[in-house]
Design a binder for this molecule. Structure first.
Ligand SMILES: [Zn+2]
Length: 240
């Protein structure tokens, strides 16, 4: 079983970007929700310095784990993203707030995109400070293990009846990561097909459709003792 990620301490102050420069970034970000990806050379260099420092801080605070799915991430700059917890498209004025950034895997960041994470409608003037203000497990306000855990297949699952844990899986598309982890239990020649079936399994809402997929998975599993056991467990775990 992988480690459980601890909540990160917020970066208190920047070393590579001055206070004046940070204020300038906040102001330009607030005026332009595309500013994070600006091509203007001076701003681009400043944002790059900011990103490098903030990413490195949260990377190690999070013990080299994604803030949502807790997968291991690598310290290469392409190995993970600076993730805006409250999205920068709708809330550009929070783009450079140090407590609104975390280190996430590229998959979770991509799935989460600009989805809403706030309980209250509207645009807060500042970053909300309470765990209860957020729909998903907050990288700095919540302990991951209070909401999410791993099952015997290392899938990320919500603690029973835990709405915030379930919402985190939904918003960040963690079911795709779970499909990969289950597919690895199949024999090598069947993993690709098993993965596609498992993604469908998680996407289907009706038990009848899920049952059809399970039958197909059972067909694949007959070739491997381990995946046959997996199917038995799936039936029990998912009550299909
Ligand atoms: Zn992730």
């Amino acid at each position: 079983m992988p480690d459980v990620r601890q909540r990160a301490a917020v970066l208190a102050a920047l070393n590579t970007v001055s206070n004046a420069q940070h204020l300038q970034l906040k102001s330009k970000g607030a005026a332009d929700n595309k500013f994070w990806g600006t091509t203007e050379a001076v701003d681009k260099a400043l944002i790059s310095a900011y990103k490098t420092e903030v990413k490195d801080h949260y990377f190690w605070q999070q013990n080299a784990m994604c803030c949502y799915c807790s997968s291991e991430i690598q310290p290469n700059k392409r190995g993970y993203d600076a993730e805006h917890i409250i999205d920068k498209d709708e809330h550009p004025h929070l783009m450079f707030e140090l407590d609104n950034i975390a280190a996430s895997c590229i998959v979770c960041n991509g799935h989460k995109s600009n989805k809403n994470v706030l309980v209250a409608a509207g645009k807060p003037g500042a970053v909300p400070k309470a765990s209860a203000d957020y729909l998903l497990v907050h990288p700095h306000l919540d302990e991951w293990g209070d909401y999410l855990t791993y099952d015997v297949y290392d899938r990320v699952v919500a603690i029973p009846e835990n709405a915030k844990g379930q919402k985190t899986i939904e918003i960040c598309g963690i079911k795709a990561i779970n499909a990969t982890r289950l597919a690895r239990r199949f024999s090598a020649n069947q993993r690709s097909q098993a993965y596609k079936l498992l993604v469908k399994f998680y996407d289907y809402k009706t038990k009848r459709k899920q049952q059809e997929i399970l039958t197909a998975l059972e067909g694949l599993a007959q070739h491997s003792l381990e995946s046959a056991a997996l199917i038995d467990d799936l039936r029990a775990l998912l009550d299909v």
